[in-house]
Design a protein around this ligand. Sequence first.
Ligand SMILES: Cc1ncc(COP(=O)(O)O)c(C=O)c1O
Length: 446
Amino acid sequence: MSENTDLSIFGEKLSQGSGILDLMNDLGEAVALRPDMLMLGGGNPAAIPEMQELWRESAKSFVADQVAFDKSLASYDAPQGDPSFLKAFAELFRRRFNLPIDSENVAVVSGAQLGMFCLLNLLAGRTSDGRRKKILIPASPEYVGYADMGVEPDLFVACPAKITYPDPNDLTIFKYAVDFAMVERVAREEDVAAILVSRPTNPSGNVLTREELTKLEELAERVGAWFIIDNAYGGPFPGIIEDAAEMDSVFWGKRTILSYSLSKIGLPGLRTGILVAPPEIIERISAITAIVGLANGSFGQRITKPLFESGRILDASREIVYPYYHKRRANAVECLRDSLKRAGVEAKLHKSEGAFFLWMWLPELKSGSTTLYQQLKERGVLAIPGDNFFYGLDRIQRSEMNPSFDVSRSQMLRISFSAPEQIMERGFRIIAETTAKLLNTETLKR
Ligand SMILES: Cc1ncc(COP(=O)(O)O)c(C=O)c1O
């Protein structure tokens, strides 16, 4: 879109186009116009029959309760959310994970995406005393959906993740880690409002270790920043994470803000997210909700409330969602490796520790993952090129960047494995074949 000087800076910044807009448009278009497209691109969760049954059952009991149903549909909630839902959520987290929270620490938002938009712009940007506060991303690449959220330009300052190899004998599996020397330095040099991580990380499937979380929380405390953990995929719900211990505890510190979502457990259509934070943050988030949306949709809160009250949401995550994705992950890794091997493609995969994406690095690729993405789309497969996940890095000098990290930025593809197994397998085969063809063409051109 071209620049329009009649629009406000806010209007121009938010409407000029973004990676997440392209991604959502591609998804929407593919769903509507190309039903044959193999969808390995978006963030849609898998359709797990037992969970679908649970949602139908929960919706039925809600509809059957005539008084509650009529009241719920015919009235606005308070901007913070339905008080009984907030209470059920806070009590469950207090009872099961010892979180020192109450209803006043919880706010419902119309999807974690909108919640994060409100939160990041609440904390960072220009202040009345002229400072420019930043959101620090300690381990780039990070979720593309944050990239354009800033109402102010340059909201993010990101540090490249360290590329490590968990098994020195197998260089086809890598794992990102926080480069604390660099993060500490950037935190000293910038006015940091908050440190932000998604855990498990979208796109890489990385899960920052508890030690990394503790160090980041300590750093946040030291520099007077907040530490935001986006748990869209994590424990204790929805439970799309490999380490079972993550289902038993919730990380919490003095400066921690937690974000949750009902989307990845199977309800993206209900647009319900939950923020857990100190009351002074919750009050402000609710105040923003009142302005931008009056209140949140109530259906997600109403049909899940009994599950938060009884704790069944945790049992369903542990007993249904967790094993489902555990199995799918193992199959996906094996199937992709197998397809790549058959096609003779050399690739590295990020260690798949959570979320439902494989993050594939093609170290031989010269023409960039966007070229590969276009060719895949032509062949009926939607996967996401990695470039858009590496934002906020302008502040880091190229000379400070590990050369492998630097080149890798245009060699990554994010591939979802939440689609039905046959679609995934066909898609993986096409990805491997298309990549092989592209790499061969590049070799011939040289
Ligand atoms: C890391 C992460 N955070 C937040 C969201 C947004 O979740 P919601 O559907 O609740 O807006 C997503 C969606 O893909 C995500 O991947």
